[in-house]
Ligand binder design. Structure first.
Ligand SMILES: NC(=O)c1ccc[n+]([C@@H]2O[C@H](COP(=O)([O-])OP(=O)(O)OC[C@H]3O[C@@H](n4cnc5c(N)ncnc54)[C@H](O)[C@@H]3O)[C@@H](O)[C@H]2O)c1
Length: 346
């Protein structure tokens, strides 16, 4: 719908350098007839001037609460706690549709302010497939960290990097290793397999078919394992404390899913995610890496790919099936908390 107005806000989280739009993708959205405003940011991976050169209007960080009601506010991660009520349509990862902590309070801010959450995770095609996701680079970085740990060359704390630097580290001092990716046909799984290949590892790829009748002995006969499955319900564990007592090569696990504390957790050998500061948890002689914001470590590549997937849908804001489905997901989430929406928002 030409004439729509979009404002990309600065991310609230100080370590977040990614953005939902790159300068090139912003140019494409503008070509679609959408007016794009960008809040200035010194931590975003692309420079403000590049957005201006692409045709975006720059405004100071933190301007969005004052934007007029019709503006769509675009971001990636959480909003600040103020303003208390939200009157805009916000496009970002709200993490509020699976009854996560704070979900009801967030949804209430929207229903009380008359705004709406068009959650990036609920932007799906007719078959329910996500139209834009960060998975590939999450898998790539998760597997790369596992390789570096296996070689004893993981520097801590982790800091955002470029793919060039990461690949250089993967190619340096390569040594033979056997690596297994579970969930290999998915986005994260493909990224993981590519990083392991770049590192010169011998890569085994398993997906649903190979885990139906799990061969634990074969699993343990790898140096590195990357768990990249998408589990939507209870799952038979791939590793348990008991299986770890068997003879094994396995010494490093990267759990890209980070499904700790849920019935979807396929690796109940650990119960807390790890961080950029302390990326590795030692469980006996096994190292586990479970970082829940992996794509942020490769902000440029993550932003470019995600933005390229998202931009065509932003260019047709808001009159298309994707946005109607996102609006319906918001309505359903509000209803599940007995919160009423004022009206349909797209
Ligand atoms: N840590 C991070 O920063 C980060 C970032 C993005 C995604 N993720 C997580 O990574 C996971 C994968 O996301 P994705 O976008 O790649 O999903 P996806 O849907 O693209 O791929 C998931 C794959 O897992 C396979 N799978 C499901 N159950 C399986 C099983 N029991 N055994 C073997 N394979 C199975 C599916 O067939 C599919 O090929 C999700 O849990 C997601 O939340 C983590």
């Amino acid at each position: 719908m030409s004439g729509a107005r979009l404002l990309m806000r600065e991310e609230f989280r100080p370590t977040e350098c990614r953005a939902p739009l790159s300068p090139d993708s912003a140019r494409d959205v503008i070509r679609g007839g959408v007016e794009v405003t960008v809040e200035r940011s010194s931590r975003r991976v692309f420079r403000d001037d590049d957005y201006a050169a692409a045709g975006c209007t720059l405004v100071p960080a933190g301007s969005w609460p004052d934007a007029s009601d019709d503006v769509f506010v675009l971001g990636l991660k959480e909003l600040p706690e103020h303003p208390a009520v939200l009157r805009h349509r916000h496009i970002y990862f709200g993490h509020a549709y699976k009854n996560q902590p704070g979900a009801r309070e967030l949804l209430r801010r929207f229903t009380e302010g008359g705004g709406a959450l068009l959650d990036l995770e609920s932007l799906v095609d007719e078959e329910g497939r996500r139209v834009a996701a960060f998975g590939y680079w999450a898998g790539y970085v998760g597997a790369a960290l596992a390789v570096l740990r296996h070689r004893g060359r993981l520097s801590e704390p982790l800091v955002p990097m470029s793919r060039e630097n990461l690949d250089e580290a993967l190619r340096a001092e390569a040594e033979p290793s056997r690596a297994l990716v579970i969930g290999a046909l998915g986005r994260c799984g493909r990224g993981a397999a590519d990083a392991l290949t770049a590192a010169g590892a011998d890569v085994t790829r398993w997906d649903l078919e190979e885990t139906r009748d799990l061969d634990v002995t074969a699993l343990l006969d790898h140096d590195i394992m990357v768990n990249a499955v998408l589990a939507t319900g209870p799952i038979n564990p791939f590793l348990t404390v008991e299986t770890l007592r068997r003879p094994r090569r396995l010494s490093v696990v990267a759990d890209v899913t980070c499904d700790v504390g849920s019935p979807c957790h396929a690796l109940p050998i650990y119960d807390e995610t790890t961080t950029w500061r302390d990326p590795v948890r030692r469980i006996g002689d096994l190292d586990v890496i479970a970082i829940d914001n992996l794509p942020s470590l490769l902000p440029a590549e993550s932003t470019v790919d995600f933005a390229a997937e998202l931009a065509p849908y932003l260019a047709e804001l808001s009159d298309s099936g994707v946005w109607r489905r996102a609006s319906a997901a918001f309505t359903a989430a509000c209803a599940s908390h007995d919160l009423n929406r004022k009206e349909d928002h797209v």
